[in-house]
Each structure stands twice: as structure tokens, then as C-alpha cells.
Design a protein around this ligand. Structure first.
Ligand code: NAP
Length: 329
């Protein structure tokens, strides 16, 4: 298959004033992250042209209509032809199969990267399909929302957020540097680490918190002595924030847990031990211990605000009627 019908872009295209960093960027997957990359790349004038592919023709057409891509394809192989930067923006479990599919169509010298929330499994699945002369550098922007699809993206998503790159030790230094500059131009701060370390860090900062959110929302939903309508009617800040996290895309998160099994199980073990300590303190009325543990946790929140990764405004900067747009993932 081939090109989706071209429709006029609704958002004005920002033409790069100087030579763009990449002549052609191909986005494979145009959901929240793919569309945000398109918005931010256009804002910074980083691409001569942005093309893309998705699983369904409807998404490709929406992306064309929104002006996110100049050309749309349902075939990923066709989308990557002539691209000098290819970004896999699909759920984690698809990166390997898509790398296999596009392998023969990648342009020599191109940079191939991804945005998946897990790194070691992606490197293992993608690397064997990368042809000689193509530079594969895995990546993960630590920025997101609970929304999905091409309409959900926005140019500011990556502003001030970290993007982690996990190049192999043999990766071409110039290509790594170029990709670092690309993410910086999208608004991110960039850090480089191994895929395994990334997975351990993200297990505790993102993956386990999402699992806890999914679990607490389901626990509340399955209670017998408190009705569903009471849970909704009396939902206080804490529970509401968990429901927001638990509204995240089920396919994306299924793939995260299937592909970061060891690190998540490791961190869940630590979490369970600490939860048992809290449980004991409550059972034995150990107020001093509870106070000390809560004080320690409060200090972490202050550090996050000082590091500029969240706002100190009450209710996380949200007015009662407004919804928050960004959350770290
Ligand atoms: P999303 O909004 O659900 O978009 C996923 C995109 O992948 C859709 O365009 C979908 O196309 C496409 N896709 C699915 N199967 C495909 C296939 N076989 N071939 C080509 N395209 C296919 O997801 P997202 O939130 O952007 O997440 C994408 C990646 O970013 C994931 O790996 C996730 O781990 C990572 N990430 C997410 C966040 C976050 O907060 N959401 C943050 C950082 C990183 P259709 O619409 O046609 O199905």
C-alpha cells in the first residue's frame, strides 16, 4: 500500500529558515509521541519534510489532515525510504517486527531511533535487523500524558523534560551527537545511559507507579462494601490522580510490563517490603515511624519541584475545572 490521499494541512507549516537538521524524518506510529515530535520539530524547523505511517489508514489520514506529515503511508517500509531520521513511535512490542519489516528500505547513513518506554528489550529486538551503515540509537523521552492518538500531541510536550538515549558502546559518535542535538532542539534535556540502567530507573519512577495506579483503581472498583458510585462521588485528590494515571493506554502499558519484567519485579519486591513496614507501623500504632517515613517522602516531592520537573502550585497547578496536560512517564 501506499500513499494516503493528500489533504490540505490545517495548521500553518513553519518553513525552516536555514538548512534543516534532517531532510526527511519518518515517523512510524503517529500517536501522542509521534504527533508531538512533529509539532516540536516544525516549531524548531528541524525537518525538510516529515512523513509517517500508522497501523490504520484512518490515523494516517488524520495526521495528514492535522498537518503532522506531508506524506502518509500505511506501509512502514515505504515511509522510511529516503528518510535520514526514522523514529519508531509505536507500542514497545512492535519495534522489533517493524525493524525487520523496514530493514531493507532504510537509507544508508540514516539514524534509526525509537521512543519506547523500555530500552533493553527494544535494543535486543531491533539491533539484529539494522543493516550495515544505518545508525541505531535507542531513546526515550520522559514526557507524556494519559492521552493517545494523533490529535493528542502538542509542541511543548518535551520542553524541559529529559530524554534518555541508550546507544550501544559501538555506536557512531557523530550520529549520537546529532540525535542529542535533535532532542535538545525539540526542547528536551538529554542524558545517556545503558539500556539496563534506564529500565531499572524507569521501573521505579514510572512503571511500578503505573502498576500501583491500575491496581488501586481496580481494587476500589471491586469493593463490595463501598459502592462504585460512592468511589466516584467521594473521590478525593489522591484517588483522582491515580485514575488519571490508570487512564493511560492499555496496549502501551501491557507492552511495558511484558518487556521490563525483571526490573519491575525487582522494584515490586522492594515496594512490597516497604509496604509491609508501613502496614506493621499502622498495626502497632507506631506514629513516630509513620511520621518519619512520610517526612522522608515529602522531601522527595520538594526535590522534584526544585529540579523543575513539576510545579509547586496547589493541586499540581490545576484549577478544579482544568485537566493537567503533561505528566512524566
Ligand atoms: P499512541 O498514542 O497509542 O500511538 C501509537 C501509534 O502507533 C498509533 O499511531 C498507532 O497507529 C501506531 N501503530 C500501532 N501499531 C502499528 C503498526 N503495526 N505499524 C505502524 N504503526 C502502528 O501511543 P504513544 O503514547 O504515542 O506511545 C508510543 C510509544 O511511545 C510507546 O512505545 C510508548 O512506550 C512510548 N512513550 C509513551 C509515552 C506516553 O506518555 N504515552 C511517553 C514516553 C514514551 P493506529 O492509530 O493506526 O493504531
Amino acid at each position: 500500500m501506499s500513499k494516503a490521499p493528500k489533504t490540505p494541512a490545517t495548521s500553518p507549516e513553519v518553513k525552516p529558515k536555514t538548512q534543516p537538521m534532517f531532510e526527511r524524518i519518518a515517523l512510524i506510529g503517529i500517536g501522542l509521541i509521534g504527533s508531538s515530535i512533529s509539532h516540536a520539530a516544525r516549531r524548531a524547523g528541524l525537518a525538510g519534510e516529515i512523513v509517517g505511517s500508522a497501523r490504520t489508514p484512518a490515523t494516517v489520514e488524520t495526521a495528514m489532515h492535522l498537518g503532522l506529515i506531508e506524506q502518509g503511508f500505511v506501509s512502514a517500509s515505504e515511509a522510511v525510504e529516503e528518510a535520514d531520521l526514522v523514529i519508531l513511535c509505536t507500542p514497545v512490542g512492535l519495534c522489533g517486527p517493524i525493524a525487520k519489516e523496514i530493514s531493507r528500505s532504510l537509507k544508508p547513513g540514516a539514524i534509526l531511533t525509537d521512543v519506547g518506554s523500555v530500552k533493553a528489550a527494544i535494543v535486543k529486538d531491533v539491533a539484529p535487523h539494522v543493516p550495515e551503515g544505518v545508525h541505531f540509537i535507542a531513546g526515550h523521552p520522559i514526557a507524556g500524558t494519559e492521552q493517545s492518538g494523533p490529535e493528542s500531541g502538542f509542541a511543548e510536550l518535551f520542553d524541559g523534560r529529559w530524554c534518555i538515549l541508550t546507544p550501544e558502546p559501538t555506536a557512531d559518535e557523530k550520529a549520537v551527537e546529532k540525535l542529542r542535538k535533535f532532542w535538545e532542539a525539540l526542547g528536551s534535556k538529554v542524558e545517556i545511559m545503558t539500556p539496563e540502567h534506564h529500565d531499572l530507573v524507569l521501573a521505579i519512577t514510572s512503571h511500578v507507579p503505573h502498576l500501583i495506579a491500575y491496581n488501586i483503581v481496580n481494587t476500589a472498583a471491586h469493593l463490595e462494601r463501598v459502592t462504585d458510585s460512592e468511589v466516584i462521588k467521594f473521590s478525593a485528590g489522591g484517588f483522582r490522580d491515580f485514575t488519571r494515571i490508570a487512564a493511560s493506554d492499555p496496549t502501551m502499558w501491557r507492552d511495558v510490563f511484558l518487556n521490563n519484567k525483571d526490573a519491575v519485579l525487582d522494584m515490586l519486591g522492594r515496594f512490597t517490603e516497604d509496604l509491609t513496614e508501613l502496614q506493621r507501623a499502622i498495626r502497632f500504632g507506631d506514629g513516630d515511624k509513620l511520621h518519619r517515613l512520610f517526612t522522608d517522602a515529602r522531601a522527595v516531592r520538594r526535590n522534584i519541584i526544585q529540579a523543575g520537573q513539576d510545579t509547586a502550585a496547589p493541586n499540581f497547578g490545576r484549577s478544579p475545572s482544568a485537566t493537567s496536560k503533561t505528566k512524566p512517564t
